[in-house]
Design a protein around this ligand. Structure first.
Ligand code: ZN
Length: 80
């Protein structure tokens, strides 16, 4: 057995050590930790819908802001 390989209980297979986050969650690869985190976030948002709304609104606001800013820039240039 290669010493650089570690077992992921979610993949049910051995993976390169680089696919793991050091120290934390020794039996789960990085990819699965990310998935777990996403799942946790979804569960959290189910319990706290406002938090999810806030997050969504922030994302929309951020994108809108960028779009609006670009449009303003274009308008500004035309109007000048
Ligand atoms: Zn895995």
């Amino acid at each position: 057995m290669d010493a650089d390989m570690r077992y992921c209980v979610k993949c049910k297979s051995f993976l390169e050590q680089s696919k793991f986050v050091m120290a934390k969650n020794r039996n789960t690869c990085r990819e699965h930790i990310n998935k777990q985190h996403a799942q946790y976030q979804i569960e959290r948002w189910k319990k706290h819908p406002m938090e999810r709304k806030a997050h969504t609104i922030w994302q929309i606001a951020y994108l809108d802001c960028r779009k609006t800013f670009q449009i303003k820039m274009k308008l500004g240039l035309k109007q000048v």
